[in-house]
Design a protein around this ligand. Structure first.
Ligand code: C2E
Ligand code: CA
Ligand code: CA
Length: 738
C-alpha cells in the first residue's frame, strides 16, 4: 500500500538481481565469519531490506537486519536480532511452501517464497523473500541471507487484473471498469487501499483521491445499507459476491455499477479482511429491467424475490378461476461438481445457456426464475389440470439434457425437478415452495435426471415442519427456552465440581420438552447457532451471578456440530465471557465425540484459541463414536465424559467384560492426562464401581437431576452436606498443542 516503497524496490531490478546473485553465490567457497559477511552484504545490498541468520546455532537466530528491514517491517534491529525469521510470518503461512524453502536452503540452493508477514504495528503485507544460503569453506550451509520485498500491491494488482479480465470477457467487455482493494475490519470500516486508473472514467476520481477513503461513502445513500450488509457478509463468510448498486461520482452524480468483489486474504487474529473488487459501470444498460436484486446479473432471469410475487398471483388466479397453478423447482444434477471443476467463465456460460433453453421451452405467461446457482424455478400459472404439468416438465428436462457444446468442450448435463400444485398441494407460496423442493429432493434421491410430484403425505410433513419452525422461532423471541443445571461431582470427596447446562423448552401447548424432542428439528431448521448463542449467553450470565454470590461454579455448555462451520466461534465465546466479566476457567464447552473428530479437520483453530483463552473443553458421550487413540491425543480437550451407556452396564451383577471395558476407557483418559467423568450414574453400586476405577468425577440421577438455577444451591448442599461448591478449581489445565 506504500507506493513509494514499491517504486524504490522495483528500480532496475534485472541488473540488481544479476549483481546480487553473483555476489551471493561467491560466498560458497569463502570461509566467511559472520561479521565479514554482514560487512560485505551491507555494501552489496545497500538500501535493501535483508536479514542474516546463523544456521549453525539452535533456533537459527537472526544476526543482523538492515536499515531497509527496519523500514519495511517497523521492527528495530535489537528487536529482531536473536529471533527466528519466522516471527514475521502469519500463523497460516503455507507450511508446504515453508518446508520446500527449508529443504532448498539445507541443500544450499536459493529459493523464493511469497509469504504474508506482520509489521510491528500489526499491519500485514505480502513479503517476497529470496533465501540465499551461504556455505562455509567446508561446504556446509552456515548462514542464510534473506532479501525481502513488499509486493502487496503487486499481488493485489495481479489478482484484481485477473478478475477484471475474466469479468470483462464473461460479460462481453462493455462498459468502463476499475479494480480496487479495500480492508474491512472488525469495527465495520471499509478503507480503500488502492484503486486503478479506470476509476477516473467511472467515478471521476483519481486513484490517489480514493486512497484511504471509506468505500461505503462512495455508495449512494439509498444503497449504503445493503452494500454494507454485503461487505460484512464478505468479511465474515469469505468467498466472492457480485452486486449492483449506485455509486456517487466526484461531481455528485449517480452511476449504476456492478461490483464483483472477493476476499484476497484475511487475518482473523487481527480481525482484518482484504477484498479486491472490480467495479463495472452498468448505467448504460437497460436499468429499468435490471432493478437491483430483481434480475440476476448473469442469466438475466428474475430472482427469488420476484418469484414469490408471481407465484402468489398464480395461486390467487387458480383459486379464483378453479384452475391449477404449478411450481417446478428444477436443479441441474451435479452442478456443484461441474461448477467447481470448470473454469468459472465456462461455468457461467453454461448457466446462461441452460437458462436460455428453459426459457424457450416455456410459454410467455410462465415465469422462469433463478433460485440459486444451478437451480431454477418455473411458475406455471394456468394449467388445466395436474396432468398438464407433465409434458411441460418433461420438455424442460429434455432441453437441459441436450449436450452443451462450448468450443473444445462438450458437456452433458441432466436435471431433476420437483413439482407442486396449487391449490391441491398447498395454498401458500412458502408451503408450495417447500413442497416442490422436497419433491425435488425425492427425485434426486431416486437417482436424478427425473421429476417427482409432491404428494399428500409429504405435504403434511412439510406443513408440520413449517409450523414447528415457526413455533421454534417464537420460543426464542418469547423466552420459552430455559436452562436446567445438573451438578458434576468429584467422587473422592463428593464435592460439586460444576454444573452442566441443559436446555428445555417450555412449550405453550405441549409442556416442558426435553432436548431430544426438539433438537433434531432445530438443527434441521439450521438454528443450531442461534441455540448455542442463547445457551452460552444465559449459562455465562448464570455463572457470573453465582460467582457474585460467592459460590463459583464452572458451567458446561454443550456445543453442536454446526459450530465447526463458523469462524467467529472463539470470538462469540470470548465476547460472552467479557460481557459478564466471567473468568474463562468457569466455562467449559462439551463437544460431542463425533463433533470432536470433525474438529480435527475443521474448527480446530477455533477450539485451540478458546482453550488458550482458558476455557476448558470436554469430549462428551465418549465411547459412542469409536475415536481412536491417535485422534484422541490430537484433540485439544481437558476432560473425557464417558457415555452413560457404558456406566449403565456396571454396578450390581455386572458382566465382568463390561467392567473391564469401562476400566480400559478410564485408563485411556488418564493415560492422556485427562479428567475422566462418568455420566449417568444412577445407583450406589455404579458409583462404587466407577470410584474403584479411579474415575475423577461423576454425573447422574444418583446425585441430582438437572434442576432450575435457583435450586442448584440446595441440591448441591443437600446429601448430608457432602457436596461443597467451594472446591471448584478455576485453574485451566496447561494447553497441549500437538
Ligand atoms: P448430554 O450432553 O449427554 O447430557 C446429559 C443427558 O443425560 C441429559 O439429558 C441428562 O438429563 C441425562 N442424564 C443425566 N444423568 C442421567 C442419569 O443418571 N441417567 C440417565 N438415563 N440420564 C441422565 P437431556 O437434558 O435430555 O439432554 C439430552 C441431550 O441433549 C444432551 O446429552 C445433549 O447432547 C443435548 N443437549 C442438552 N442441552 C443442550 C444444549 O444446550 N445445547 C446442545 N447443543 N445440546 C444440548
Ligand atoms: Ca453434555
Ligand atoms: Ca453426555
Amino acid at each position: 500500500m506504500d507506493e513509494q516503497r514499491n517504486a524504490v524496490t522495483t528500480i532496475d531490478q534485472g541488473r540488481m538481481k544479476a549483481v546480487r546473485e553473483r555476489v551471493l553465490s561467491g560466498f560458497h567457497d569463502v570461509d566467511t565469519g559472520s561479521d565479514e559477511l554482514v560487512g560485505v552484504l551491507r555494501r552489496v545490498l545497500a538500501g535493501e531490506s535483508f536479514s542474516v541468520s546463523d544456521l549453525r546455532r539452535i533456533g537459527q537466530p537472526i544476526l543482523y537486519v538492515s536499515d531497509g528491514f527496519q523500514a519495511l517491517t517497523g521492527f528495530r534491529r535489537e528487536e529482531a536480532v536473536g529471533r527466528d525469521l519466522g516471527f514475521l510470518m502469519r500463523a497460516d503461512t503455507d507450511q508446504d511452501e515453508v518446508r520446500a524453502v527449508r529443504e532448498a536452503v539445507r541443500e544450499g540452493r536459493a529459493a523464493t517464497a511469497l509469504v504474508r508477514c506482520y509489521r510491528r504495528d500489526g499491519s500485514l503485507f505480502w513479503n517476497e523473500q529470496r533465501h540465499y544460503p551461504v556455505k562455509d569453506t567446508r561446504g556446509r550451509v552456515a548462514h542464510l541471507v534473506v532479501v525481502q520485498r513488499d509486493v502487496t500491491e503487486l499481488v493485489h494488482a495481479r489478482s484484481a487484473h485477473e478478475v477484471a479480465r475474466q469479468l470483462a470477457s464473461s460479460l462481453g467487455g462493455e462498459g468502463a471498469f476499475f479494480s480496487y482493494g479495500a480492508i474491512l475490519d472488525a469495527a465495520g470500516s471499509t478503507t480503500i487501499g488502492w484503486a486503478h486508473e479506470g476509476v477516473a472514467a467511472v467515478l471521476g476520481h483519481t486513484p490517489a483521491e480514493l486512497h484511504g477513503r471509506e468505500l461505503i461513502e462512495l455508495i449512494a445513500p439509498e444503497d449504503r445499507e445493503t452494500a454494507r450488509a454485503r461487505l460484512l457478509a464478505l468479511r465474515d463468510e469469505g468467498g466472492s459476491r457480485r452486486d449492483r448498486y449506485r455509486m456517487l461520482t466526484a461531481a455528485g452524480r449517480v452511476r449504476w455499477v456492478e461490483d464483483f468483489a472477493s476476499v484476497s486474504w484475511s487475518a482473523k487474529e487481527a480481525g482484518l479482511v482484504a477484498i479486491h473488487g472490480v467495479v463495472r459501470d452498468v448505467s448504460a444498460e437497460r436499468l429499468k429491467r435490471l432493478e437491483v436484486g430483481e434480475v440476476d446479473a448473469l442469466t438475466g432471469l428474475p430472482t427469488d424475490r420476484v418469484l414469490d410475487d408471481r407465484l402468489d398471483q398464480a395461486i390467487r388466479q387458480a383459486r379464483r378461476y378453479g384452475g391449477v397453478a404449478g411450481l417446478v423447482v428444477l436443479e441441474l444434477d451435479h452442478f456443484d461438481f461441474v461448477h467447481q471443476t470448470m473454469d468459472p467463465r465456462r461455468g457461467e456460460r453454461l448457466l446462461r445457456e441452460a437458462a436460455r433453453r428453459l426459457q424457450r421451452a416455456l410459454r410467455r405467461s410462465d415465469t422462469l426464475a433463478l433460485l440459486r446457482d444451478g437451480c431454477f424455478a418455473v411458475v406455471l400459472p394456468d394449467l388445466g389440470d395436474a396432468e398438464a404439468a407433465v409434458p411441460v416438465v418433461e420438455k424442460l428436462l429434455a432441453w437441459v439434457a441436450q449436450p452443451f457444446e462450448d468450443g473444445t468442450l462438450r458437456v452433458e448435463l441432466s436435471a431433476s425437478a420437483g413439482v407442486a400444485l396449487a391449490p391441491t398441494d398447498a395454498r401458500r407460496t412458502d408451503v408450495l415452495r417447500e413442497r416442490a423442493e422436497s419433491a425435488l429432493q425425492r427425485a434426486r434421491m431416486a437417482g436424478g435426471s427425473r421429476f417427482a410430484f409432491a404428494d399428500v403425505a409429504l405435504d403434511q410433513a412439510a406443513e408440520q415442519r413449517l409450523a414447528f419452525e415457526r413455533d421454534l422461532r417464537r420460543a426464542f423471541t418469547d423466552d420459552q427456552l430455559v436452562l436446567h443445571y445438573q451438578p458434576r461431582v468429584r467422587l473422592a470427596d463428593a464435592s460439586a465440581r460444576g454444573v452442566e447446562a441443559l436446555v428445555r423448552w417450555r412449550h405453550p401447548e405441549r409442556g416442558l420438552l426435553l432436548p431430544d424432542e426438539f433438537l433434531p428439528g432445530l438443527y434441521r431448521a439450521r438454528m443450531g447457532e442461534t441455540l448455542f448463542e442463547w445457551v452460552l449467553e444465559h449459562a455465562v450470565e448464570q455463572a457470573a451471578a453465582w460467582r457474585e454470590h460467592g459460590d463459583a461454579r464452572r458451567v458446561s455448555v454443550n456445543v453442536g456440530p454446526e459450530l465447526l462451520e463458523r469462524n467467529d466461534f472463539g470470538e462469540v465465546v470470548r465476547a460472552a465471557l467479557e460481557r459478564w466479566q466471567l473468568h474463562p476457567g468457569l466455562l467449559e464447552l462439551e463437544l460431542h465425540e463425533q463433533t470432536g473428530m470433525q474438529a480435527l479437520e475443521r474448527g480446530f483453530d477455533q477450539l485451540l484459541a478458546v482453550r488458550r483463552h482458558g476455557v476448558t473443553v470436554a469430549l462428551d458421550d465418549f465411547g459412542i463414536a469409536a475415536t481412536n487413540f491417535a485422534q484422541l491425543r490430537a484433540l485439544p480437550v481437558d476432560t473425557l465424559k464417558i457415555d452413560r451407556s457404558f456406566v449403565a452396564r456396571v454396578g450390581e451383577g455386572a458382566d465382568p467384560s463390561d467392567v473391564e471395558l469401562l476400566r480400559a476407557m478410564v485408563g485411556i483418559g488418564h493415560g492422556l492426562g485427562l479428567t475422566v467423568v462418568a455420566e449417568g450414574i444412577e445407583t450406589a453400586a455404579q458409583r462404587a464401581s466407577v470410584a474403584a476405577m479411579a474415575v475423577d468425577e461423576g454425573q447422574g440421577f444418583l446425585f441430582s437431576h438437572a434442576v432450575p438455577a435457583d435450586m442448584v444451591g440446595a441440591v448441591v448442599a443437600a446429601p448430608a452436606g457432602a457436596l461443597r461448591a467451594s472446591a471448584i478449581s478455576v485453574r485451566p489445565r496447561p494447553v497441549f498443542v500437538p
